[in-house]
Design a protein around this ligand. Structure first.
Ligand code: SAM
Ligand code: SF4
Ligand code: SF4
Length: 339
């Protein structure tokens, strides 16, 4: 494999991670992500022709790997609702240079699919789970999906070699604060690390207010009060979760403080939406149209050049600049670019 060019953005950050959203559809309606009032029955999802096919996604991934990407994460919407996703996994597995090929899922369909995904070459999965009690979980996914099937999915992923599974939990004031200690208790000692995420002002359909954010420091304090924890050094530059270990040896937790302690200086992430737009920030108001480049018959070298131009012009640091005005800008939806 040729040595990757390392492309730096205007703040001298390399491109190391690519998040690929494979669909804008989802079988959940999480209240903080795809509220039913906005994503109702008549919501217009992307038509099939506008969505990148697997060959197109593979070409973009290869181009990004040529520019320095080492980690690729499939996301959505819900990536497991995209038909044949394991074929895409197998295609990406054959791209030289990808060190970590992962997928983020709500795990509703994971129990039946974990083995197929592992066989196709997926390295790991991250599961989003915001509570372990049914009443809270169902009020958050808003489609009455039972927590037991998500837990079955996690177990299946571990059994298939896709573990240790990481669990991501978004905490929103007044909705699931009690889930902080419940989730910690449920997964302590199991090998599964729970990462608690501050509720973010992504998109513009979730009616975000700063008062709804439970700060990471408060989350860590709630756990520390029950089972004392201590900080662990980050395992690599750009790790977004602050890590803590239980002093009694029962494993680790993480907290992701994108609102209260932003980490833009180390942000090495590019995002590809299902319709082929590249976003250089989770909070971007617009993307760069790679689908047009792909479908105009561009060569691989031209595709690499198009991505290089996008990344080298990048100056995003939204979380460091967040103000009341920026919160109200028309940003792209989380379910569109996959978190
Ligand atoms: N459907 C998959 C899932 O839920 O894992 C993948 C896509 S989902 C958009 C990716 C992640 O974004 C999930 O962990 C979800 O909890 C998180 N997320 C969505 N809206 C969020 C918000 N407003 N603040 C923080 N995290 C959010
Ligand atoms: Fe779907 Fe994931 Fe958004 Fe929930 S967080 S609505 S599971 S895309
Ligand atoms: Fe990266 Fe944008 Fe988040 Fe900052 S706000 S960490 S630049 S995605």
């Amino acid at each position: 494999m040729p040595e990757p060019l390392t492309v730096l953005d205007t703040l001298r950050r390399p491109m190391r991670d690519l998040r690929v959203s494979v669909t804008d559809r989802c079988n959940f309606r999480c209240v903080y992500c795809m509220p039913k009032e906005v994503f109702g029955r008549d919501h217009a999802f992307l038509p099939r022709a506008e969505i990148l096919d697997f060959e197109e996604i593979e070409r973009v991934v290869r181009a990004s790997v040529a520019l320095g990407v080492r980690k690729v994460r499939l996301t959505g919407g819900e990536p497991l609702v995209r038909r044949g996703i394991e074929k895409l996994v197998a295609m990406l597995r054959s791209v030289d240079g990808i060190e970590d090929l992962t997928l983020t899922t709500n795990a509703s369909l994971l129990a039946d699919r974990a083995q197929v995904l592992a066989d196709a070459g997926l390295d790991r999965v991250t599961v989003s789970l915001d509570a372990v009690d049914d009443a809270t979980f169902q009020s958050m996914n808003d489609v009455g999906f039972p927590v037991a099937r998500v837990l079955d999915g996690i177990a299946a992923a571990d059994a298939a070699g896709l573990g240790p599974v990481k669990v991501n939990a978004v905490i929103r004031r007044g909705l699931n604060e009690h889930a902080i200690v419940d989730l910690a208790e449920h997964f302590r000692g199991s090998g599964t690390t729970v990462r608690f995420i501050e509720y973010m002002d992504v998109g513009h359909s979730n009616g975000w207010r700063l008062d709804d954010v439970v700060p990471a420091a408060e989350i860590a304090a709630a756990i520390d009060a029950r089972w004392p924890i201590e900080a662990v050094d980050p395992s690599y530059r750009g790790e977004v979760a602050r890590r803590y270990r239980y002093r009694d040896g029962a494993g680790e937790i993480g907290v992701i403080s994108s609102v209260t302690q932003p980490f833009c200086g180390d942000c090495t992430r590019a995002r590809l939406s299902a319709d082929g737009q590249v976003y250089t920030c989770l909070f971007a108001t617009g993307g760069h149209d790679l689908r047009a480049v792909l479908r105009s018959g561009a060569t691989d070298a031209e595709l690499v050049e198009a991505m290089r131009v996008v990344w080298s012009g990048r100056d995003d640091r939204y979380s460091e600049l967040r103000t009341l005005e920026t919160v109200n800008l028309p940003k792209v939806e989380m379910s569109f670019i996959g978190g």
